[in-house]
Write a protein that binds this ligand. Structure first.
Ligand code: NDP
Length: 423
């Protein structure tokens, strides 16, 4: 390992020179690093040891009709067919009248973990007596939140183990995701607990299990909108209901069911400048809320309709974090024509359900690979070295090939180029 010393103290040029020399990068590789660094000052503001920008493609999903309002949905993803599937699912649901989406309060839970507790029952009584004071301390640590109508809502304690007590504080975060604000408030409360009760604090941090910041959406699709590949809509609906049951019963399937939902959700979370790790961890914890990990969405038959529902924690911000400093995020908010975190939550949860519908439709009718084969093959032939002009021809050739792996793609490309050269 080469010595990188105080890399963070170096200028961007010095970092590029240093890493290029140490790692013996070629001229072309150095150029890639330099050319990809589109916004050095922003990168340096956002993270540590910045060298370049790693960009993801952004696309627009269409046909979203949510609570009678039409939306364009920017999606940032590296995965082929996510944007197309999203628009496809949304189009079916729009024809059926669209999504009905709702949000709960926007409360986040902050936790203070107390350790080396000698008498946990006694400590809980002492904390309960101090509750009002502790909530005031928390609010005073970030007073602007209370001025905006947010701030602390309640405090609850419980025993985790003989020597461990947890204190959960619910905080209305208004338009922000709230992590930094909450952590500041918790640290003030922790200091008060240490001072007044002489109680040792292990840690103070928000919880990403945002059970008090939920978004939900539903849709009701008549059978006739579901018929596909010669299958009657009713049959497709029944198969989707079965697929939904399987995701409630089998963890292997549930994980993949939810991955499909998160394909859409993460893409919009990223486009809106939010923290997708926070959303992912909360979503999966919520999927296991009854003790078994299950599919987040459910599909049922009601009359001649397929009814879909999705509910999950969505503590996204409309303000705060990197949202205000990344110009593309503001532009994406404008494209979505949204004015609040709640409206963003409603879009994101609906995207999750549309994505789920599209995936299940493909799975129960033609199989996921066939439906998305062209897009997958496009990535494959590019990985094999095809240029833009060769892409379409190569995809057609791959569709006729027995094997659809990278080695076959490379061989087909070599043969094609030889033929092309020889006329
Ligand atoms: P910020 O630290 O940026 O705080 C929100 C800011 O928005 C505040 O400064 C507040 O201003 C301002 N603001 C303006 N208008 C409003 C309004 N109407 N409602 C609420 N705030 C408003 O962001 P967050 O506290 O939301 O933290 C989010 C970031 O924290 C994310 O980037 C996340 O990645 C990161 N993070 C996540 C963790 C986790 O998930 N476990 C842990 C730690 C960090 P004012 O100061 O005037 O109140």
């Amino acid at each position: 390992m080469q010595n990188y010393g105080k890399f963070y103290q170096k200028s961007w040029e010095e970092r590029i020179n240093h890493i290029s020399q140490n790692e013996k990068l070629t001229k072309e590789q150095i150029q890639i690093l330099k050319n990809s660094a589109h916004n050095k000052s922003l990168g340096d503001t956002m993270i540590e040891n910045y060298i370049t920008d790693y960009s993801y493609p952004e696309g627009i999903a269409f046909h979203y009709l949510i609570n009678n309002k039409r939306y364009l949905v920017p999606m940032v993803t590296e995965e082929p067919s996510v944007v197309a599937a999203s628009s496809h699912g949304a189009a079916i649901i729009a024809k059926a009248g669209g999504f009905l989406a709702k949000t709960s309060e926007r409360l986040m839970i902050g936790q203070i973990i107390l350790e080396s507790v000698e008498d946990s029952a006694k400590l809980i009584i002492e904390i309960q007596k101090l509750t009002k004071d502790l909530l005031v301390v928390a609010d005073q640590a970030h007073p602007s939140l209370k001025k905006r109508g947010g701030g602390t809502r309640w405090l609850k304690t419980h025993i985790l183990a003989e020597d461990l007590v947890v204190l959960n504080i619910a905080i209305d975060v208004q338009e922000a995701m709230g992590a930094n604000m909450i952590n500041t408030m918790l640290e003030a409360v922790a200091a008060r607990l240490e001072a007044v009760l002489r109680q040792q604090v292990l840690m103070s941090i928000l919880s990403n299990y945002a059970t008090e910041c939920l978004a939900s959406t539903t849709c009701k699709i008549p059978y006739e909108l579901l018929s596909k590949n010669g299958f009657a809509g009713e049959i497709i609906a029944q198969k989707i209901v079965q697929a939904s049951r399987v995701a409630q019963l089998d963890t292997y399937r549930a994980a993949t069911h939810n991955k499909g939902i998160m394909n859409g959700i993460d893409a919009v979370v990223m486009a809106s400048g939010n923290d997708w790790r926070a959303i992912e961890s909360g979503a999966h914890a919520y999927a296991a809320r009854n003790g078994q990990y299950k599919g987040l969405s459910t599909w049922k038959i009601s009359g001649d309709y397929l009814v879909g529902e999705l509910e999950m924690p969505l503590p996204v911000g409309f303000i705060g974090g990197s949202i205000g400093i990344v110009p593309l995020v503001s532009l994406n908010q404008k494209l979505m024509k949204i004015t609040s975190a709640r409206e963003l939550e409603q879009i994101i949860v609906s995207v999750g359900l549309a994505q789920n519908l599209a995936a299940l439709l493909a799975l129960v009718s033609e199989g996921i690979q066939k439906g998305h084969m062209r897009l997958q093959l496009k990535s494959l032939v590019i990985a094999a070295g095809a240029n833009v002009a060769e892409e379409a021809v190569l995809v057609d050739k791959m569709l006729q090939a027995d094997k659809r792996d990278i080695a076959s793609a490379k061989k087909i490309l070599t043969d094609y180029r030889k033929k092309d050269k020889n006329g």
